[in-house]
Design a protein around this ligand. Structure first.
Ligand SMILES: *Cc1c(COP(=O)(O)O)cnc(C)c1O
Ligand code: SF4
Length: 337
């Protein structure tokens, strides 16, 4: 007989795949978890073909009882999405013109691969919410055509996008990285991902190890819009990515009612820096149908930007840009005098 205290086993955390399967898809359940009256989010049913999807790890960072929570607003479908607003269209970036076999080639020396249509979260303002993933998947025939084209182009940088490229499992991702690394002109692989933010357990040992093994330089461009998105688990995931040798950058979208104030944006930059991540872009919203209610007009964006310039060191100020189809790069917003 011993008098050892009873040990309550802590259940190991579920795999990221399991957490993704268990993500919240029902607005009524989200209301219950957040202790919100159902009518506060009832219009969440107006989701159409882009329904609610949010992992519980992300819901856990939302404030209970607050229908204006900046994390909730990023994922909650509302009736406003069905309002037709002139100038807001299905393909605001004319990607259908530039996409071919799952490659979007707009800029010199770098090409974007649509690796998957799957995302760990459905962001209501997403410019690819109506993207024809079925027609544009570089993953078709196991990336063979896309890789051949990258080789022919002499591409220096492959940008893995989607969807979210970390939706691919580690084995597929590593095989893709190996084949990219075999292209003689390829120097860098960039991953544009929201996974480490919304489901940080995606950064598992296998992912860290495969990133460590590749010969190419890896840049991870995160997508974070609000400082409260970065809790301890996210900080740990970013630390692991950095430990694997990746350079970490962040892009944000300027979103009305979510991060359109200088305090929030400055706090986001500071928090990112604490996690080894530099702010890269602050995008004006792409005018995609269903997202007009998030739009911040350009004069207001400029005013906010001036405030950021005045209060942050230069390296913590992201570049304020918008995407104009047909231009040779993202278009910097020039400040008037
Ligand atoms: C944004 C984007 C890139 C990357 O542009 P950078 O300015 O290098 O970050 C590349 N291809 C496409 C199609 C893009 O939309
Ligand atoms: S994770 Fe990225 S691609 Fe997916 S819905 Fe959000 S913004 Fe769009």
């Amino acid at each position: 007989m011993t008098n050892d205290p009873v040990r309550i086993p802590t259940p190991a955390r579920a795999s990221w795949q399991r957490q993704l399967r268990d993500a919240v898809r029902d607005p009524a359940e989200l209301a219950a978890l957040l202790e919100l009256p159902l009518d506060a989010i009832a219009s969440g049913r107006a989701a159409g073909n882009f329904p609610l999807l949010v992992p519980r790890a992300y819901v856990a960072r939302m404030r209970k009882g607050d229908p204006r929570d900046p994390l909730l607003l990023q994922v909650l479908p509302t009736a406003l999405e069905s309002v037709d607003v002139p100038g807001f269209t299905a393909d605001p970036l004319a990607e259908s013109e530039f996409a071919d076999g799952g490659l979007v080639r707009k800029y010199r020396d770098r090409s974007l691969l649509i690796t998957t249509g799957a995302c760990p979260v459905h962001c209501r303002y997403c410019f690819r919410r109506s993207f024809p993933y079925a027609d544009q998947l570089a993953a078709r025939n196991d990336f063979a055509d896309a890789l051949e084209r990258l080789a022919r182009d002499g591409t220096k940088e492959a940008i893995l996008s989607g969807g979210d490229p970390l939706s691919l499992g580690n084995a597929r991702l590593e095989s893709l990285l190996q084949r990219l690394a075999a292209l003689p002109t390829l120097r860098r692989v960039r991953l544009h991902t929201r996974f480490p933010i919304v489901l940080p357990d995606r950064v598992d040992r296998g992912l860290v190890e495969l990133l460590e093994r590749t010969r190419v330089d890896v840049v991870v461009v995160l997508h974070t819009n609000h400082p409260r998105e970065i809790d301890g688990d996210v900080a740990g995931a970013l630390d692991a990515l950095r430990g694997a040798g990746a350079t970490l950058l962040n892009q944000s979208v300027l979103l009305r009612g979510i991060n359109d104030d200088a305090d929030t944006l400055a706090a986001l930059s500071e928090r990112l820096f604490e996690c080894g991540t530099l702010p890269y872009y602050l995008h004006l919203l792409d005018p995609v149908a269903g997202a007009a209610h998030f739009d911040v007009d350009e004069p207001r964006a400029e005013a906010l930007y001036r405030e950021l310039l005045a209060r942050l060191p230069g390296y913590l100020v992201p570049r304020l840009v918008r995407e104009v189809p047909g231009q040779a790069s993202k278009t910097p917003i020039r400040l008037g005098l």
